[in-house]
Design a protein around this ligand. Sequence first.
Ligand SMILES: Nc1ncnc2c1ncn2[C@@H]1O[C@H](COP(=O)(O)OP(=O)(O)OP(=O)(O)O)[C@@H](O)[C@H]1O
Ligand SMILES: [Mg+2]
Length: 250
Amino acid sequence: MTCALEINNLYFRYNEFSLEDVTMNLHLGEQKALVGLNGSGKTTLFKLILGLLEPISGSIHVFERKAERENYWEIRKDVGFLFQSPDDQLFAPTVWEDVAFGPRNLGMSEEEVEQRVEWSLDKVGMSDFINRPVNQMSHGQAKRVALAGVIAMRPKILLLDEPFAGLDFPMVSTMVDIIQDLRNEGMSLLYTTHNRFFLENWADSIAVLHDGKLIYDGPTESALQDNSINKQTGNWDELGNRMKRHRGVA
Ligand SMILES: Nc1ncnc2c1ncn2[C@@H]1O[C@H](COP(=O)(O)OP(=O)(O)OP(=O)(O)O)[C@@H](O)[C@H]1O
Ligand SMILES: [Mg+2]
């Protein structure tokens, strides 16, 4: 299988925390959930993949290109990243300008930029907000616009840090549909979530980080039968049932 993302024996250290010997692959078109308790190193791993942090040793390859400073811009063309909080992502005065920023940065013509903005806002159901100041939206709306800004660059790999956090049920449902849509178009997805329902229903595979170490990387089914992994993902049956009711599933 072709690897979208290949992480080998990665080491990284903050003062009080280290990622140790992380080896993990994301295959082309795969949807992998990265789970682990607060502070286990999920966001840190994302930052390393993006090249925002540099490893002590080990390597990350994105479509066989080494993730390092000199390849940063090439890597960013392939990898889109949705921050945990949309406040960290939206910065232009209006929705239009914010979503246009990425495509413009890729050097597209104004006509192409306009097409990308319209396509991605339509995809996330936010076309009506195109002229809205970015600071005049609800959290869920801002999150959708942030996602539009990411997909406007048509990345081949999407890293989503807690894409469902802070969203109400209709918005979660919409977000799930958007993500499935992107996946059907061939994007490879790596997302963090604390929500077991999404693991059970949407993840092909699960990688589990515990205190900076990868303790599991494999099929979802066997992960969810493993008690030590269950402790990391919690029991979300009730949320799952509510989601099913909302989505009209018996
Ligand atoms: N800039 C930083 N400087 C020093 N330590 C940091 C920094 N950022 C994060 N850490 C520490 O690194 C560890 C991993 O943090 P990280 O944000 O990767 O966790 P996480 O798995 O994403 O957690 P959460 O589920 O809360 O989002 C934590 O112990 C955190 O305190
Ligand atoms: Mg995090």
